[in-house]
Design a protein around this ligand. Structure first.
Ligand SMILES: *Cc1c(COP(=O)(O)O)cnc(C)c1O
Length: 460
């Protein structure tokens, strides 16, 4: 063979386009000040390439849009609900489904049902909304991820894994009755989109069940996780992503899901469980917070788009193109010697802000500064995933200072071309070259919950 590896390509072509607006650097300096140096507070029309998040920013297919026209907007018993239920059962393997408007709706209800005040909820690194709902339900989150996850330089292939030792130590320390359940995020967003191995979730499931503890999967990016297992774990190379996902979910008792990620839609989520009594309780709660149990805050057409999104997202060629596009950006940045988390994540590249701006201490919001500088340079919008996102300890009120101080360049699914990513990489390289004279921030407005969304900053 003349070439070592066959290149990949997108398994689709483009039918509808949306023009982008290019702004001047002078304008962008004004916009970012107006936004309090918080990329969440920019107007989207002032953004050139939007890598804020892969949440709800996906491009839907003609098959999904056709499904939108078949929305059955009945208050109760919509046809689209049954289509969604059938596909969740078929591809995720859970018995019962309650749709929600998005992932946090599912987290709210599940935390409400499963956590008794004072209980502990271990998990493989926190996620912002997940931890807050656990705390609001009276629980205390405990991080039981392996140590490698906190090290951006470690090239361990499954940095999302739970430390079985830490999980076991917690059970011993507080007693199994005081552990509400364990959450497994796959892939782990805050660790840099890092996967969990099949071997690990199997071991977690065995230990949890020995102690009568439920395993709850945050299935938001579980399909991307399944792809990494196919690529990296012995014995899975010849299995499809669909087969791997079904085995993976079989080691959990329930799942919360943000359909806005893996499932190629703009809105939607669900909670899925195997236990009838838990289902009964969730089905009852959903009418308080979301809507009737056969729509959960979604229009019929949105449930149809999600049902069809599952079918498309689970295809091996889709996931391969998705994850490899992220790696394409990673490889470009690597050529420019940009400090970032390795291995590359499934949904995003995470810049290592501590290494980027070695002269800006973490309490001056290093990653927040970097996100603002990237926007000013080129109109590329990214997201802080460091001390601002981590927030404060619920008991002491002190700021968490996470080991990882990152900026996330998140790739929306089926939205941008490689040429867009060339521009992004070039822009990051320019900002890196000009890193010396950049100054830190102070926070001038801090909201009480999930402060990263609406906090405002000023230059020191
Ligand atoms: C986005 C996300 C959620 C929350 O879902 P929403 O749809 O944004 O409410 C939960 N967990 C993870 C890992 C996520 O990325």
């Amino acid at each position: 063979m003349r070439f070592p590896k066959r290149p990949w390509a997108e398994p689709f072509k483009i039918k509808v386009v949306e023009p982008l607006k290019v702004t001047s650097e002078e304008d962008r300096k004004k916009y970012i000040v107006e936004a309090g140096y918080n990329t969440f507070l920019l107007r989207s029309e002032d953004v050139y390439i939007d890598l804020l998040t892969d949440s709800g920013t996906n491009a839907m297919s003609d098959y999904q849009w056709a499904g939108m026209m078949l929305g059955d907007e009945a208050y109760a018993g919509s046809k689209n609900y049954y289509n969604l239920e059938a596909n969740v059962q078929k591809f995720y393997g859970y018995k019962y489904l309650v749709p929600t408007h998005q992932g946090r709706g599912a987290e709210n209800m599940l935390s409400h049902c499963l956590i008794k005040k004072g209980q502990y909820v271990p998990g493989n690194m926190y996620f912002t909304t997940t931890r807050l709902h656990q705390e609001l339900a009276g629980g205390t989150f405990v991080d039981v991820i392996i140590d490698e996850a906190h090290n951006p330089q470690s090239d361990f292939p499954f940095k999302g894994n739970v430390s079985i030792q830490k999980f076991e130590d917690l059970i011993k320390k507080v007693g199994e009755k005081n552990v509400a359940y364990i959450t497994i995020g796959a892939t782990v967003n805050m660790a840099g989109g890092q996967p969990v191995s099949m071997e690990n979730i199997k071991a977690v499931h065995a230990l949890a069940h020995k102690h009568g503890i439920k395993v709850v999967l945050d299935a938001t990016r579980a399909m991307e996780n399944a792809y990494f297992i196919q690529q990296r774990e012995a014995g899975y190379a010849d299995k499809t992503v669909a087969e791997i996902l079904l085995e993976f979910t079989s080691y959990s008792d329930a799942a919360t899901m943000s359909g806005k990620k893996d499932l190629l839609v703009n809105i939607g989520g669900f909670v899925a469980v195997n236990d009838w009594d838990l289902f009964e309780e969730l089905r009852n709660l959903v009418v308080i917070y979301e809507g009737l149990h056969t729509y959960g805050g979604l229009a019929g057409r949105d449930m149809e788009a999600m049902a069809r999104g599952i079918e498309e997202a689970i295809q091996d060629d889709h996931i391969a193109a998705r994850v490899n596009q992220v790696a394409y950006l990673g490889n470009l940045l690597d050529e420019y010697k940009i400090p970032m988390v390795k291995p590359y994540g499934g949904h995003a590249i995470f810049l290592d802000a501590k290494k980027f701006y070695e002269h800006i201490p973490q309490n001056q919001y290093t990653a927040q500064v970097l996100a603002a500088e990237l926007y000013i340079n080129s109109g590329v919008r990214t997201m802080e995933r460091g001390i601002v996102s981590a927030g404060r300890d619920k008991d002491t009120g002190k700021e968490y200072a996470p080991a990882l101080e990152l900026v996330r360049l998140t790739i929306p699914r089926r939205v941008y071309t490689q040429a867009h990513l060339d521009i992004v990489a070039y822009s990051v390289a320019e900002v890196y070259e000009n890193r010396k004279n950049v100054k830190g921030f102070k926070m001038v407005y801090e909201p009480k919950y999930l402060r990263f969304f609406q906090a405002r900053f000023d230059k020191i």
